[in-house]
Design a protein. Sequence first.
Length: 35
Amino acid sequence: MMNVRITPRYILLATALFLGNALATAEITPKPGNT
């Protein structure tokens, strides 16, 4: 029904999950030079 209203929410949710996953991965696996 309200796809236009749900779309931005999904984008924000996907972005939050992506950023959270990236941050978690970066913390779990310390990269060389990121000391």
